[in-house]
Ligand binder design. Structure first.
Ligand code: ATP
Length: 586
């Protein structure tokens, strides 16, 4: 097929914003495309040469394309750059420049779809020494033979921005109408959701029709599109909707779809990119976690503070660093743990049509949890009070809320529905002020902190009863020098057992008499069943807790323990936080 045929349709598609019209145009185009070339046409229409998960991407640097354009048209590089700055679209620059080409093109055959695809594929694959030159030659070759309109789309394709406005689901609709009927679009979509590869779906449809799609099965090393969550505002609403259901911690990290095979393990992101190289620790952990049958499992990767056992959400860590923190750097600094919540393929058995509870049970039976791979914490309940308590605990350990899951729900790849409902905090109130807390205990360090203290148990002062009640475990904000001196500085206050003036549900490795006061900054105040500060004041069984506490570096030697922040003050801060949260946005 001539590339010009596709381009004629691209021009029409680009000029409409109506999805139905787009679908009609695409359908006509697909009908004109020979079966053997349809997959390539579909990839090009998506602005790619392969499905994303293969990691063979176009996306040439715009500067490089500018250079080739200058060369192909006889314009200077600065002229091309100026035009590009003015229009913001290198494709349009290519169209205009090729239109008034100062060098005459060599006599050439019209471009075929096949030739365009082959060159683009080679451009995407070229790597290593000399690859830049190779890419330049391949692109120049295409531009040398292209009409102005063809050049526009070739350039857009190589920079990775087709600008056709065609969504994947519009291609799905058009494939259904081309090879079956509009009513069959769900079958086509299902094949796409399972394979994440529209080219493959087109290839199978063109060869074997609708019946052929049943051959597209979940397959190791080919990611499936993720099931997504809806959201509701209250836990009551969620329980009303789902009845008794599973509640899982909502971990705030990166979604990981792990393909665990006998020979290799590959990881994919929420956007189905191969992220195996980013997580060597997880690959190792998964290898140990699946001694027997592998398959495809899903979970969330979160950096965990080894000393407090709390999660370190990406955003929180970036905020503390005061700059956008590179995920890769962070992964090196903080070990990540993968919390698994689903199993889609068990060995070679597709579980996606099985109910959630059965999938979870299979997952639990297969996984041997270890330091890097754990199972997501969950409960099953229909009781709003129990749900609230579980939510508090999730926040306290550093989760960002809960995901409720219908017990009988299938895994609906690529779908966002009410089978999974996320429940997050509806406000993000930051603690504006620091608090001064009293050290009442310490936990033995792990990892780099082994041999010393890893985290301190901190308390606020309850003036009315003259008791110190716990509000957080403090493990962040200590530099190595401070950590090294901690045991010595706290030693004079060490006691064999909990002081009568300390109220704690946690059991640290060392107890201290309330004496040392540290300045602490947290993200917000939450309710927690673990801490005793302000217990029962807001909700039965729950006390106040400071989320993501960090030592500011200030030892409040000027303060005695009775001068520390009181439980009453923390309660005021909590209430103020609620008011701020409820106030309408300015
Ligand atoms: P969405 O993924 O729904 O488009 P988003 O990218 O803003 O929205 P969130 O609002 O954070 O994501 O919620 C969904 C994400 O939560 C999931 O994609 C997954 O990465 C993450 N997650 C964490 N814990 C769980 C869990 N237990 N079950 C399912 N997803 C979880």
């Amino acid at each position: 097929m001539l590339f010009g045929t596709a381009v004629t349709f691209y021009e029409k598609i680009e000029s409409t914003t109506k999805r139905l019209e787009m679908t009609d145009l695409l359908t006509q185009l697909f009908k004109e495309t020979p079966a053997a070339e349809l997959d390539r046409l579909v990839y090009l229409t998506q602005g790619k040469v392969h499905p994303d998960y293969m990691g063979i991407e176009l996306g040439l640097a715009e500067k490089l394309v500018t250079k080739v354009l200058a060369h192909a048209t006889g314009l200077s590089e600065s002229e091309v750059t100026a035009k590009w700055k003015a229009s913001g679209d290198l494709g349009l620059v290519a169209e205009a420049a090729i239109g008034e080409r100062r060098q005459r093109p060599l006599e050439s055959e019209p471009l075929t779809l096949q030739r365009v695809y082959t060159n683009l594929d080679e451009i995407a694959r070229a790597s290593g020494g000399g690859s830049q030159e190779r890419k330049i030659t391949l692109l120049a070759d295409l531009l040398g033979a292209a009409t102005p309109k063809e050049a526009k789309y070739i350039v857009r394709a190589v920079v990775g921005k087709m600008r056709l406005g065609v969504a994947d689901m519009t291609i799905v609709d058009a494939l259904a109408t081309t090879f079956a009927t509009k009513g069959d679009r769900d079958t086509v979509e299902r094949a796409y959701n399972v394979s994440s590869d529209l080219g493959e779906v087109a290839r199978v449809l063109a060869a074997d029709g609708l019946a052929g799609l049943s051959k597209i099965r979940l397959q190791l090393y080919r990611p499936i599109r993720s099931m997504l969550c809806e959201r509701l505002e209250t836990l009551e609403e969620i329980l009303q909707r789902l009845g008794r259901c599973a509640l899982e911690y909502k971990y705030d990290g990166l979604r990981v779809q792990a393909h665990v095979g006998p020979a290799q393990i590959r990881l994919f992101s929420r956007h189905l990119e191969d992220t195996t190289g980013q997580f060597p620790d997880l690959v190792d952990g998964l290898r140990r976690a699946f001694p027997g049958t592998g398959g495809i499992v899903e979970g969330e990767a979160v950096p965990v503070d080894p000393n407090t056992g709390e999660f370190l959400p990406f955003q929180e860590v970036s905020r503390r660093r005061g700059r956008k923190y590179d995920v890769e750097v962070m992964m090196k600094e903080y070990p990540v743990t993968l919390f698994l919540f689903d199993c889609l393929l068990d060995g070679d058995r597709d579980l996606t049509a099985r109910p959630y509870r059965e999938r979870r049970e299979i997952l639990h039976a297969r996984v041997r949890p270890n330091d890097r791979v754990q199972l997501a914490t969950f409960i099953e309940t229909g009781d709003p009070r129990e749900a609230e308590g579980f939510f508090d605990t999730a926040l306290q350990v550093g989760g960002e809320g809960l995901v409720a899951k219908a017990l009988d729900s299938t895994y609906d790849a690529g779908a966002r529905g009410y089978q999974w409902i996320k429940f997050k905090r509806d406000y993000a109130a930051a603690m504006s002020d620091t608090v001064d807390l009293v050290v009442v205990g310490a936990f033995a360090g792990r990892g780099k902190r082994a041999g010393g203290y890893g985290a301190l148990l901190m308390a606020a002062y309850d003036k009315g009863t003259d008791v110190f009640r716990t509000v957080c475990k403090l493990g962040s904000g200590f530099d190595d020098a401070t950590l090294a001196t901690l045991p010595g500085r706290l030693a004079p206050h060490r006691v064999d057992r909990r002081s009568a003036r300390v109220d704690s549900k946690l059991q640290p490795d060392a107890w201290f008499e309330p004496a040392v006061v540290l300045e602490v900054l947290g993200a917000e105040i939450t309710l927690s069943p673990v801490h005793t500060g302000g217990q029962d004041l807001v909700r039965k069984g729950a006390g106040f807790a400071i989320r993501f506490p960090r030592f500011t570096g200030k030892w409040r030697e000027d303060k005695g323990p009775e001068d520390a922040t009181t439980v009453e003050e923390i309660r005021e801060m909590y209430e103020k936080q609620l008011k701020v949260a409820k106030a309408p946005p300015a």
